[in-house]
Design a protein around this ligand. Structure first.
Ligand SMILES: [Zn+2]
Ligand SMILES: [Zn+2]
Length: 344
């Protein structure tokens, strides 16, 4: 790994456009090799894969006193504010040993491009609160590699239970009412799940990550620290086994949903479901995410952007726009009723 410019000793940053590290001072380019690979390991390999001392030694950590976020950055990188909440009360520390990282999806566009993509998305979304992000500049944007365990899990289930569905029926007098029908169900169900992505840091909500999914894992490369110049790394504070449990929970909910569909029902009355996992594999991968911060009247806002595809997550809503839409719908509704009453 190259820490500084070979020609002048200047600081390097990763440039997605050049697929290279670029020197901040003299502009020298150091092209990076993209070794595309996203192979998955068995869970046994997790037990033996050593924690990575070398990586921890070359990084330092910062912890935010305000929101509790914990991120890592290269020792040569300066950061004076929390990338999540923008607060400047941060404490520097040493990085602890980390789990061996398998792969990484490189950032696909620069901070500058991220800013213009973000602004055009805010403009396009009707309900977005445009005031919050009106005056932001590049300083409001931080690129962070988010930790994730990406799982491939084969499932084989047997089940028995009672499902139900409701249907509107008409009686002899022509009055309609809903009736519930019950079905005894049992059988077997197999399905292989691919790329179930679980956030390995508890600070970021799984649903926040969900809002900027999917990532295209075909573009993942073998992990190399060279890709991280100028970017931060999120701390992995969620245990591997907890992430496995979260993945199984997601899978379990999906299996239940598919069983309902299979039997043409909408509700589980009773279900005994037993699932085996003939094959489980994972890849510990870093995902590129831009965090866009803003502060209005002391209130902090943070929106996520997928650093590979440019997809923007949940943006705070403009309360007045929502209010007037509801009002408009109410007025139209009342108007329609009055019209019907007038005509008949
Ligand atoms: Zn240089
Ligand atoms: Zn913070």
């Amino acid at each position: 790994m190259l820490n500084n410019c070979e020609n002048c000793g200047g600081k390097l940053y990763f440039s997605p456009k050049d697929k290279a590290n670029v020197c901040e001072s003299c502009g020298s380019l150091f092209p990076l090799e993209y070794n595309y690979q996203f192979s998955k390991k068995t869970f046994d390999e997790h037990q033996i894969s050593a924690e990575d001392d070398a990586l921890a030694n070359s990084m330092s950590s910062i912890k935010c006193k305000s929101c509790g976020a914990n991120v890592l950055l290269s020792k040569y990188q300066m950061q004076t504010t929390c990338p999540y909440c923008g607060n400047s009360s941060i404490v520097k520390g040493k990085a602890k040993n980390m789990l061996y990282i398998d792969s990484l999806i490189p950032f696909n566009f620069s901070k500058t491009e991220a800013l213009s993509k973000f602004k055009s998305t805010v403009r396009k979304r009707f309900y977005a609160n445009k005031k919050i992000f009106k005056n932001i500049n590049e300083n409001a944007i931080n690129g962070i590699y988010v930790n994730a365990f990406v799982f491939d899990i084969e499932t084989s289930s047997s089940y028995r239970g009672v499902f139900s569905y409701t249907r509107t029926v008409k009686d002899r007098d022509g009055n309609s009412h809903t009736e519930t029908f019950y079905k005894n169900v049992s059988g077997f169900f197999d399905k292989a799940y691919k790329n179930i992505t679980i956030e390995a840091n508890s600070h970021l909500d799984q649903s926040d990550l969900g809002s900027i999914m999917p990532f295209q894992y075909g573009s993942a490369v073998e992990f190399k620290q060279d890709f991280m110049h100028g970017y931060m790394l999120e701390y992995q504070d969620r245990m591997f086994n907890d992430c496995v449990k979260m993945a199984e929970k997601i899978i379990n909910r999906d299996i239940e949903q598919r069983l309902l569909e299979k039997h043409g029902c909408t509700k589980i009355e009773r279900l005994s479901l037993h699932t085996d996992y003939p094959d489980k594999r994972y890849n510990y991968c870093l995902l590129p995410v831009y965090f866009v911060n803003s502060e209005v009247k002391g209130k902090k806002y943070n929106v996520l952007m997928n650093g590979q595809t440019g997809k923007v997550g949940k943006i705070p809503k403009d309360k007045w726009r929502v209010f007037f839409t509801i009002l408009l719908i109410a007025v139209l509704f009342v108007g329609a009723i009055l019209l019907v009453m007038y005509l008949f």
